[in-house]
Write a protein that binds this ligand. Structure first.
Ligand code: C5P
Length: 223
């Protein structure tokens, strides 16, 4: 129907940071709040989509009308996303930690008097967007974010290709923009053959516009 253009469509959204354990009490993380991903999940649901949100640890509430799966680590997030396929739409907004501790300790690591701290050996995390973008059950629309502090457009284009995405929303997350953890966002939409800039908007407005963009794109493809 006109106000539920995504009725009958399944969507997967990731949001928030991941926490990668060092030992049972310590972890590696980043400053993602989950605000943008959660807003996108809610906006897709308002347009009628059946939405599964896979969220890392955040302090904001689960969005209404959305099935939310809570995870901590990148490998848990990947498993939850792949377990939710097939879907028509995937929007990977989570700020997944690029690295995890290679062998996290079972017990709290104790400081040893007079000894230097033990070095942390890191290993690469799975790239969830790239996995979904190249999956045999690849959703019709695969969308990613690119948080960059420089060369936003160039890096966004490269990311689009590498990840097998249809659309990248690139934003400048330099500290002076206040975007990371803030309430506003200023994004550039990067497709293979087209680029456009959206004005500075609230994260809710970015979500609303993106949900409408997705609905328009999918409606053009209905046979
Ligand atoms: O490579 P980079 O982290 O800059 O790419 C950002 C995009 O890739 C975001 O959409 C993010 O959610 C996704 N991503 C992911 N899994 C990772 C790293 C990034 O899904 N391990």
């Amino acid at each position: 129907s006109a106000d539920k253009p995504l009725a009958g469509r399944r969507a997967i959204v990731t949001s928030g940071p991941t926490h990668e354990p060092i030992d049972p009490v310590r972890y590696i993380a980043n400053r993602s709040s989950g605000k943008q991903g959660h807003a996108i999940a809610a906006a897709l649901a308002r347009l009628g989509a059946d939405v599964t949100l896979v969220s890392g640890p955040v302090t904001i509430p689960d969005p209404q009308g959305v099935r939310t799966i809570h995870v901590e680590r990148a490998d848990e997030m990947r498993d939850a996303v792949l377990g939710t396929l097939p879907a028509d739409i995937a929007v990977m907004v989570a700020a997944v930690a690029d690295w995890r501790v290679a062998a996290s300790a079972e017990q709290k690591i104790k400081k040893q008097p007079g000894e230097p701290p033990a070095p942390l050996q890191l290993t690469e995390n799975p790239d969830i967007l790239k996995t979904v973008g190249h999956h045999e059950k690849r959703p019709r629309l695969v969308i990613g974010f690119a948080a960059e502090t420089e060369n936003v457009e160039l890096n966004g284009k490269a990311k689009l290709e590498r990840k097998g995405a249809d659309l990248i929303l690139a934003n400048d997350v330099s500290p002076e923009t206040g975007i990371m953890g803030g309430d506003r966002n200023s994004v550039r939409l990067i497709e293979a053959a087209h680029t456009e800039s959206w004005p500075d908007l609230s994260k809710e407005e970015v979500a609303e516009r993106l949900a409408l963009w997705i609905a328009a794109r999918l409606s053009g493809e209905r046979s």
